[in-house]
Ligand binder design. Structure first.
Ligand SMILES: *Cc1c(COP(=O)(O)O)cnc(C)c1O
Length: 372
């Protein structure tokens, strides 16, 4: 049996009746924009994230853009980001006219390297307006050190939590550890809509207020435009679907942790494939289960032949992408560049069965034995 990289059909099956009723209710209501489900979802998601506010927006990329705009980041401001992340983290910086300062990652956690951030803080001082740690693969970044370094130059911290719905850092949910947290509800994220969606979380009342303005054309009232804003509202239909799914998120994340633990056991002792490091003080949500392998492309080919879907997040660091060449400065980021060559994401989603995990592990073991 082929093992897919994600299985949204399997996620849908137990939700079928719930979601069909939700669709029908929404179509009957005709409140497609800013309907009551948006407010209700925002309250429920804020509560879930242990944040004072959640603000729904059209997608996770917009969440990052609006977070920067809400903090008045603009032309030629500097924003520190890891160079090993999805492009949206850097795009948002560029789209508000600011400049990304690329920082290497920690090779063990794939998250922002603290020494790298300290160097950026020394080099740029108060020109560094914001730092954006990314909780990559569902693993919280080292927030205490990041918050302290950012505070030392008066920079705000915006969490890119698009891969980490529900993850905990030292007992607290990600999203409101810094000034603002940004989430994506792209369908394959840990909490996914039936299309695009996103949200921001914050404990700062003024920031929340400004985000609500920005997402709706900067309007303080109908046709009263206080600032240049965006059309970036969360659809009522998506909010209603997310409300139906949110109560299941903790169980889904717990299953992802079981799968990760089973992979860790099943892959232990291999010479060519390295499983990710343990959780430390965090509770991970394993958006992706990513191993390292020096012969990654060969291993991927072998798994593809065995009908096991894998993926590479990401095959290039952002400073290696043409889109961001202008900000690359010629500096090399060895940990990010090595990760781009070596990472491979194995199937990991709540509906994946133990037998499939065992099959993936056995297939990898057989490959290593044959390749010796
Ligand atoms: C998915 C993702 C985003 C962007 O989210 P969209 O909803 O697709 O715009 C941003 N950052 C990271 C790290 C992501 O994984």
């Amino acid at each position: 049996m082929p093992i897919p990289g994600a299985d949204l059909g399997a996620q849908y099956a137990p939700l079928r009746e719930d979601l069909a009723a939700t669709f029908a209710r929404l179509l009957e209501s005709t409140q497609f924009i800013q309907g009551p489900d948006v407010r209700a979802f925002e309250a429920e998601f804020a509560h879930y994230c242990e944040a004072r506010h959640a603000v729904g927006v059209a997608n996770g990329t917009d969440a990052l853009v609006l977070a920067l705009r809400a903090l008045d980041v603009g032309r030629d401001d500097l924003v520190g980001i890891p160079t090993f992340t999805f492009a949206a983290t850097a795009e948002a910086v560029c789209l508000v006219g600011a400049r990304p300062v690329f920082i290497d990652i920690d090779p063990g956690t794939f998250n922002l390297c603290i020494e790298g951030l300290a160097a950026a803080v020394r080099t740029h001082g108060e020109r560094l307006r914001v730092v954006v740690p990314v909780h990559l693969y569902g693993r919280p970044a080292a927030m205490d050190d990041i918050l302290a370094l950012a505070a030392s130059v008066g920079a705000a911290v915006v969490e890119d939590a698009a891969q980490a719905h529900g993850a905990r850092y030292r007992g607290r949910r990600v999203g409101a550890l810094g000034r603002v947290g940004c989430f994506s509800f792209y369908p394959t994220k840990n909490l996914g809509a039936a299309g695009d969606g996103g949200a921001l979380t914050t404990n700062d009342d003024a920031v929340a207020e400004r985000l609500r303005l920005l997402r709706d054309h900067g309007q303080t009232g109908k046709y009263e435009h206080a600032v240049v804003g965006y059309n970036s509202r969360l659809d009522t239909l998506q909010a209603a679907i997310l409300r139906a799914k949110l109560p299941r998120l903790d169980a889904w994340n717990a299953r992802r942790r079981q799968i990760a633990a089973r992979y860790a056991q099943g892959l232990a002792g291999l010479a060519t494939v390295t499983a990710p490091t343990g959780a430390g003080e965090s509770e991970l949500v394993h958006h992706l289960y990513v191993v390292r392998c020096k012969r990654r492309d060969e291993l991927q080919k072998h798994l593809t032949a065995a009908q096991i879907a894998t993926s590479v997040h990401y095959p290039r660091a952002l400073h290696q992408q043409p889109a961001f060449a202008e900000f690359a400065t010629g500096q090399s980021f060895p940990a990010a560049e090595a990760a781009a060559r070596e990472v491979l994401a194995l199937p990991c989603y709540a509906e994946l069965g133990d037998a499939s995990v065992d099959e993936v592990c056995a297939t990898i073991r057989a490959w290593e034995t044959a390749a010796q």
